[in-house]
Design a protein around this ligand. Structure first.
Ligand SMILES: Cc1cc2nc3c(=O)[nH]c(=O)nc-3n(C[C@H](O)[C@H](O)[C@H](O)COP(=O)(O)O)c2cc1C
Ligand code: SF4
Length: 523
């Protein structure tokens, strides 16, 4: 081997791996060895420009130089072209930070994604990590809660509840044992920001949970991680061990005399386990079934104790608030939607990936300026925002800003920030049927409007779809079925115990409202 080892970043992110990043990493090591060159391959997180994965970055004296898409087969040619020195090649992208997709983003929560080695505590600290905890340890718990309240941070898991108010409730409970439960079930279709953060910057979640624990007086945290995320499980296990070894977790966090312990629990593989009370049931070892509220988890949560339940993105945003101040965070965003939101662009889209921006970017800007339009090249007909329970928006609504209140005004929701794109070949009656089928399959079964209503809804949609083709009777029967569908949506919306049954009418009704022609009879 000749010379000092050159550091090469090859993402170990699950999506990058599914696109061949492991083979690329192995090829780099093998081909460099053949050439007598020393390389140190670091498995970083993804930058979130998924159409360029595997995206390889080489550390040169002039900075990091990116190449993409680098398949294993390209590696020998790239090494011949001087990849280890940042040499010229058709796949050379230069400094990826200056790529318009990234340069125009406002990465606060995901600031370190793709930049740091997720397994290295030193790297985390060197890139601004644990500054939030240091600030928090110098404050009174009530002042930490106040900073989070003042920042305007609202939960990124879906319900957008003000995080500071939730923390205040737990803080105010006069009991010894409290918990922090991180919701890492990430069940929404087209979403991956939790996964990216846990795989690419796991210490930020650990830091956020530690700050939460110190703020509300909780000594134990659990991460409820969806079982389908093995890469995240490995990244978290390594990071938790490093944090404990470094004195950032345990009986005496950074010599403060405060205790905070952390453990990961794998999820049970059901969508409903992401609903916070089902998640608590599952964490306690039972079947994921929704609990009746009140009492709220903040008063009587895990094992009957006061519990903060927060999403991964929410908790990863907390260190930013503490390190840079509530006002800094609050200065991003619009109206009551403060800070930034990591939007996840998926479906039929040319440039899918992670776009973190202050609230207020329009759907149009997201899918055209960032996404580059549909992957198929056909017109975009609809987007579904906020997962399987989110509404569909037609092209005429693409000027809507991506923020909580503007979407609510359109009977839509932002949820966890997932945006799934469909071209003009989508059959919206079938999408409405799919929403009801999803609800029927995933229902926990506790309440009737959801358990029975979803199944009756699928049957109704089957009749409506059959009638479209001129089958199954006459116009009057079709009209009755459409009226019945509307009534069913009313019942599910008003009568369901939780958001699964309660929000399923959103995709169904929005499909009927905006794409009625797909539900009409052919004649
Ligand atoms: C059916 C259903 C599924 C949910 N799935 C998730 C999930 O996968 N991840 C998540 O963070 N929140 C999910 N939520 C929202 C949680 O119930 C809860 O509001 C959230 O974890 C609170 O954290 P936050 O305030 O930080 O958003 C779901 C809600 C419902 C009704
Ligand atoms: S709405 Fe569905 S998932 Fe929610 S409690 Fe009722 S049956 Fe369970």
């Amino acid at each position: 081997m000749s010379g000092a080892a050159v550091t090469v970043y090859v993402p170990g992110d699950a999506s990058a791996c599914s696109l061949g990043a492991n083979a690329t990493a192995r090829a780099l090591e093998a081909e460099a060895a053949k050439r007598g060159k020393a390389v140190r391959v670091v498995r970083n997180g993804s930058r979130g420009l998924y159409w360029l994965e595997p995206l390889v970055e080489v550390v040169t004296p002039a900075g990091r130089v990116a190449y993409g898409t680098v398949t294993a087969g390209e590696v020998p040619k790239l090494l011949d072209a001087g990849l280890l020195e940042g040499g010229a090649h058709a796949l050379r992208l230069g400094d990826i930070g200056t790529h318009p997709y990234l340069a125009s983003q406002q990465r606060l929560t995901g600031a370190r994604l793709g930049i740091v080695d997720p397994a290295s505590l030193e790297d985390y600290v060197a890139n601004g990590g644990y500054a939030g905890l240091a600030a928090a340890l110098a404050m009174k718990p009530a002042d930490i809660v106040k900073a989070v309240t003042d920042s305007g941070l609202r939960g990124r898991g879906g319900a957008a509840f003000p995080t500071g108010i939730k923390w205040q409730t737990v803080h105010d409970q006069p009991v010894a044992q409290k918990y922090i439960a991180c919701n890492a079930d990430e069940g929404d279709s087209g979403t991956f920001s939790d996964r990216m953060l846990m795989e690419g910057d796991p210490f930020s979640l650990i830091e956020g949970m530690t700050i939460a624990g110190i703020a509300v007086g909780a000594t134990q945290g659990y991460i409820y991680l969806r079982v389908e995320y093995p890469h995240a499980a490995r990244a978290l296990a390594k990071a938790i061990k490093a944090a404990r070894d470094g004195g950032y977790l345990g009986a005496d966090v950074r010599g403060s005399g405060k205790r905070f312990e952390l453990a990961v629990r794998l999820g049970a593989g059901a969508y409903i386990c992401g609903e916070e009370t089902s998640m608590l049931e599952s964490l306690e070892g039972r079947r994921g079934e929704v609990r009746v509220r009140p009492p709220l988890p903040a008063i009587k949560g895990l094992f009957g104790q006061p519990t903060v339940v927060n999403n991964v993105v929410t908790l990863c945003s907390v260190p930013v608030v503490l390190a840079r101040g509530a006002q800094f965070y609050k200065d991003f965003g619009v109206g009551r939607s403060r800070g930034t939101i990591p939007l996840q662009l998926a479906g039929n889209i040319k440039h899918g990936g992670l776009v973190e921006r202050a609230f207020g970017l329009t759907v149009k800007e997201l899918i055209y300026d960032y996404g580059g339009g549909s992957a198929s090249g056909r017109p975009v007909r609809a987007v579904q925002i906020g997962g399987p329970l989110g509404a569909y928006l037609p092209a005429s609504e693409f000027d809507t800003p991506l923020e909580y209140e503007a979407l609510a005004a359109k009977s839509a929701l932002l949820g966890h920030g997932g945006v799934v794109v469909f071209d003009d070949r989508v059959d919206m009656a079938r999408m409405a049927r799919y929403a009801l089928e999803f609800c029927a399959v995933e229902s926990c079964g506790k309440c009737t409007p959801c358990r029975i209503g979803s199944t009756r809804g699928v049957e109704l949609m089957d009749r409506i779809i059959a009638a479209r083709a001129g089958a199954n009777g006459h116009q009057a029967a079709h009209d009755t079925d459409m009226a019945l569908l509307d009534e069913l949506c009313d019942t599910m919306f008003n009568g369901s115990l939780c958001g699964l049954g309660g929000l399923t009418p959103f995709p169904v009704r929005s499909a009927v409202r905006h794409f009625r022609e797909d539900f009409q009879r052919a004649n």
